[in-house]
Design a binder for this molecule. Structure first.
Ligand code: ATP
Ligand code: MG
Length: 723
């Protein structure tokens, strides 16, 4: 009789699970059961090969994935597997370093530095080295140090050949290392490098772990970087066994140093490695799979796979053309409501997007319908540091006594106020029983600060006064736009290298858009007395409050395409399928980056099990600008026969496909209004009816008003008249 662990596995999967190869590569497309194979293989090794869980080392991509895997293995085994080492590269490295702090030449109580703290230390050592921040940007030094660590290099390993830039960066790297050593501090990149060096330099430990871990298993191998692979090589040295699973078509972290070439390297380094390909997809409908295959076929240099499913054709992919991004979000929210009304759960649905900044509008639409949601692997819009920093200025402008806002920005961006000076202000506020703002005037007047700090504080006060004066006549969004620039926040964030700085900039621009669209009239009745600034700030605080569902609650999952890797959902929306957004503007020129965007699209499409919606907007206000984006090339790479266009706006414009412009939903005209009709609203004036949603007294009506812009109103209360 077949072993129960092998139930529900196909032949190729069984071969992978039971293989006794010393090195095994499972190379397969999305949803073909790679992760499943890894889990079953671990259970198999424990039950059939009688390996103790203690002798397995498994690497996953997120902590959540690690927990899920452990749970599944325990389920298969019917007992706990506490001694199994399973986690992310960072998590496992941390565990090793804690266990062997002394051998790793670390303080027993070493602390982990997050990226903000890391930057703070780099700034300090640069100042001590007498480097001018204007000329030598701390952010660049941070990026340099982390990139070198990811490549396994210490300052002494870096040849600078007299090149001033490299030589200076190496000096900073060296001084930063000394500062970390003194403080017992370890940054994220250091965790990996130090864990690698620990095993490289301590033969007894290396041998110990090589003997302990008789089997090493790695999921999502295509996204490992140089130091991670080097670490794996040290542990899996040929006497023990190794299994890696991956998909070259899903490598999406090249921008962070991941190397697809590691797959080729693996085949060379472990000569005689067996390769097993899984070709049957169990996740998605045939329609979804065909779409994914067609898109990825446009990439060159693939290892090549043939993915098929015996499942249903399934529903066509819906392509929705929204009038603008808000209408897009409302459409998505409405479809999720339908889905749940049909007896499904929120948990089964996910909204995926390319840019974090897209989440805000989605969040609002979900809140409006009281649909519970959770942002996976990220902060909600109004909780992001850059947004909070900007709003802190706005808060302080409208109320100088807001101490929390004062604390947040008095030295952000840095203006030379040390901790001591700030302590001094706090103490004065306490004694004088006044706000920090008033206390700062007090310490200035009474000469309680060193000259440098005094000037910095004066500068801060003047900055706010100027902001007040210059924005007096401004509208809310202009005010915010002004603050972002004048405060120096934008410059500060732009110094962050790569995607992060750019994402922050996008979020700031999105904040301006949010303010521009913010309508005081939409605020609750009792808040109508507030000024637009006050109303907007209240709105921001509430949105940042505890409206996010808890992880155990049934809720819609919102996440970037990047964080969706490895996951699956019956219902998936990919929002904003537009040129310059997806593919991202930044990646359109360079063929390698474009290929990575396409892989990201492949990842996105293959998350869907039953139903996939692609949505785009004809007009999008994002990144602070209004644009009329065209449909993403990736959508055009999907055969039109797999797509059903849904188009319920009455706007006449270029159809996405020449196949035509189908009106997906017809209006219920029992109320006497029709699509395209001109109407008048007592407050918003004249507008055109774009769409109806729902029926009876709950009918909602979308109207584009000439001066007030697009609005959704409940027909029964809207007091509309025909014109
Ligand atoms: P990704 O590339 O997205 O990480 P994957 O290759 O790791 O995907 P899994 O997540 O392991 O794929 O599997 C995809 C889905 O198919 C899961 O729901 C899994 O339970 C199911 N599945 C895999 N193999 C089988 C099988 N032989 N029989 C039934 N269901 C299967
Ligand atoms: Mg997987």
């Amino acid at each position: 009789m077949e072993h129960p662990i092998l139930h529900f596995l196909n032949d190729a999967q069984k071969a992978a699970v039971t293989s006794d190869a010393a090195a095994l590569l499972v190379l397969a497309g999305a949803g073909s059961g790679k992760t499943r194979v890894l889990v079953h293989r671990m259970a198999w090794l424990i039950q059939e090969d009688h390996l103790s869980p203690h002798s397995l080392l498994a690497v996953t991509f997120t902590n959540k994935a690690a927990q899920e895997m452990k749970g599944r293995i325990e389920g298969l085994l019917g007992r706990p597997a506490n001694t199994l080492w399973i986690g992310t590269f960072h998590g496992l490295a941390h565990r090793l370093l804690r266990t062997h702090a002394r051998d790793a030449r670390l303080d027993e109580n070493f602390q982990i530095l997050d990226s903000d703290d890391q930057l703070r230390i780099i700034k300090r050592v640069m100042k001590e080295l007498g480097l001018d921040e204007e000329e030598w940007q701390p952010k660049q030094a941070q990026w340099f140090i982390n990139a070198k660590k990811d490549d396994g290099l210490r300052p002494k390993d870096i040849a600078h050949n007299g090149d001033l830039y490299t030589a200076t960066m190496c000096t900073v790297y060296q001084a930063y290392e000394e500062a970390c050593a003194q403080g017992g501090l370890v940054d994220f990149a250091e965790l990996l490098l130090r864990a690698f060096e620990l095993l490289r330099d301590n033969a007894h430990l290396r041998v110990h772990y090589q003997e302990r871990f008789q089997h090493v298993l790695v999921d999502e191998f295509q996204d490992t970087n140089a130091i991670q692979y080097a670490w794996i090589r040290l542990i899996a040295n040929g006497r023990n066994r190794i299994t890696i699973v991956g998909d070259d078509d899903q490598s999406i972290y090249g921008w962070r140093g991941a190397k697809i070439e590691n797959i080729h390297k693996f085949q060379q380094d472990y000569s005689g490695a067996d390769t097993i390909r899984l070709e049957q997809n169990y996740r998605s409908t045939n329609t979804i799979l065909k779409a994914a295959n067609s898109v990825i076929a446009n990439n060159n240099d693939r290892l090549g796979k043939n993915l098929w499913t015996s499942g249903d054709e399934g529903e066509p992919i819906s392509l929705y053309t929204a009038f603008n991004e808000q209408e897009e979000a409302r459409y998505v929210a409405a479809r999720i409501e339908d889905w749940v009304n049909q007896g499904n759960s929120y948990n089964e649905s996910a909204i995926l997007y390319r840019s974090n900044a897209q989440s805000r509008v989605m969040e609002e639409a979900l809140l409006q319908r009281q649909i519970p949601y959770r942002i996976y692997g990220g902060l909600r819009f109004f909780e992001r540091a850059e947004v909070k920093d900007t709003l802190a200025y706005l808060r302080l402008l409208s109320n100088r006594n807001n101490d929390a806002a004062f604390e947040r920005v008095v030295n952000t961006p840095t203006r030379g106020l040390g901790l001591k000076s700030i302590e001094n202000i706090r103490a004065t506020a306490k004694v004088q029983n006044c706000s920090l703002w008033d206390a700062s005037s007090h310490v200035i007047e009474h000469g309680l600060l060193p000259a440098r700090a005094k000037n910095a504080l004066l500068g801060f006060q003047t900055l706010l006064k100027n902001m007040d004066d210059e924005t007096e006549e401004f509208e809310l969004h202009q005010k915010i736009e002004f603050i972002i620039e004048a405060s120096g926040l934008l410059d500060m964030y732009l110094k962050e290298k790569g995607e992060k700085g750019l994402a922050r900039k996008e979020n700031l621009q999105e904040l301006v858009t949010a303010a521009r669209n913010f309508d005081v009239a939409e605020v609750e009745e009792e808040e109508q007395e507030l000024t637009p600034v006050q109303a907007f700030l209240a709105h921001a605080s509430l949105e940042a409050g505890d409206t996010q569902a808890e992880s155990y609650q049934d809720c819609v999952q919102l996440m970037t395409l990047h964080s969706a890797k490895g996951l699956e959902f019956p219902l998936v929306f990919i929002a904003g399928v537009e040129e310059k957004l997806f593919p991202h503007q930044m990646s359109m020129e360079d063929p390698d980056s474009l290929a990575e965007e396409r892989r990201l699209c492949y990842v996105g499409i293959t998350r869907a099990m039953k139903k996939l919606y692609l949505t785009h907007a004809e007009k999008r206000r994002m990144f602070g600008k209004e644009s009329y984006p065209s449909l993403s090339r990736f959508v055009r790479e999907i055969p039109a026969s797999l797509i059903e266009e849904v188009r319920i706006t009455a706007q006449v414009s270029q159809p996405a496909f020449s196949s035509g412009l189908g009106l997906g939903q017809q209006a219920d005209d029992s109320h006497g209004f029709q699509l395209g009709q001109m109407v008048e609203h007592p407050r918003f004036g004249i507008g055109v009816i774009l769409n109806f949603e729902g029926s009876g007294p709950q009918t909602r009506i979308h109207i584009n008003f000439e001066s007030a812009g697009p609005k959704t109103l409940v027909l029964a209360y809207a007091k509309l008249s025909a014109v």
